[in-house]
Design a protein around this ligand. Sequence first.
Ligand SMILES: NC(=O)c1ccc[n+]([C@@H]2O[C@H](COP(=O)([O-])OP(=O)(O)OC[C@H]3O[C@@H](n4cnc5c(N)ncnc54)[C@H](O)[C@@H]3O)[C@@H](O)[C@H]2O)c1
Length: 371
Amino acid sequence: MENMVNLFSGVYEGKKVLVTGHTGFKGSWICYWLEKMGAKVIGYSLPAPTDPSHFDSLELNIKSIIGDITDEEKLNKVFKEHQPEVVFHLAAQPLVRLSYKTPIETYTTNVIGSMKVYEACRNCKSVKSIISITTDKVYENHEWEWGYREIDRLGGKDPYSSSKAAMEIMSDSYRTSFFNINDFEKTHDVLMSTVRAGNVIGGGDWAVDRLVPDIVKASANTETVTIRSPNSTRPWQHVLEPLSGYLLLGQKLIERKKEFSGAFNFGPSLSEDVSVKEVLLQMKKTWPKISYSIEEPKEKLYEANLLKLDCSKVEKRLNWTPVWGVEKALKYTTSWYQSYYENRAINTQLDLERYVSDAIKQNCPWTKDEK
Ligand SMILES: NC(=O)c1ccc[n+]([C@@H]2O[C@H](COP(=O)([O-])OP(=O)(O)OC[C@H]3O[C@@H](n4cnc5c(N)ncnc54)[C@H](O)[C@@H]3O)[C@@H](O)[C@H]2O)c1
């Protein structure tokens, strides 16, 4: 096992880190990684949204608290009791199609819930760094072939995307009103960043209406999966890619570097975008059992077809680049599910080790102790 403790200059060792949404897909992976780096993790979230659940399978040695982010009283109590220093805020209603059915709940969780998390941070003096997770869908989408930059206009046609764009605007208002870098270390001690990543894949995601989970669930039952929008292009990346970016940004905030307060895109290089159909073909190479058919959707709900991120800002300022291309991301993700369904094996540790080992070979700055 790679020595995880020294990654990100060792800043997470012994650090009290509160993760909202820890029972979810991305939350469970970040908790796993934080735990391996010796962080004292406190999770705050509703119960795991899926069964099976990656979080439950991992049996992590963290403090797991079940609660709603819109429950101010409970949230404040948890912050007061555990006094976290760093907060990764991932709790959300993250599904586009569900947001059409439950727009009010989506907004309540994603905007008001996030605001309550920030208020809890404001009320708790131990909190110094906040990394708040939004999405690449926060941009007003023109379906064009260029990548969106952090300075591009926010928007969102569906309720999920617009709720996250609203969350970005609300976060920026907190960054101006309460966590302003001009007042940093004078009237407050908090640095806050928002992070925008695209469609992530990786083992342990069983959410509905997501391509990879839909494919593997069908394959496990020897069914043919029906695919809508085969030509849609997405910036696919392994879940560990944005997580290494979030953790690196977290490191900079922990190190009190106020120039890292702001919004940041984390995505694959532009040449890595592939269509839904290509994803299927590549997955089938690893797991030949996968069977699919393509059908036009009966219900035409708007979902962006072409969406790319420009990641020049993180490349230049954080020296962050992805470690795996889409091919490796798809290969390891497919193997994760294949091992799960065929042997009930959980390959999370194996994938994290492979990822860190490849990052070391590529001299990624977060693998070196830069203190
Ligand atoms: N998975 C992706 O492809 C993707 C892409 C872009 C952005 N994101 C963002 O990343 C974050 C995590 O997404 P995910 O894919 O892990 O989703 P997920 O559904 O697997 O996890 C969401 C988590 O939030 C929790 N949650 C939901 N409502 C809550 C509430 N009211 N109070 C407390 N907890 C609540 C759930 O219990 C779960 O732990 C979200 O903010 C999402 O918008 C995800």
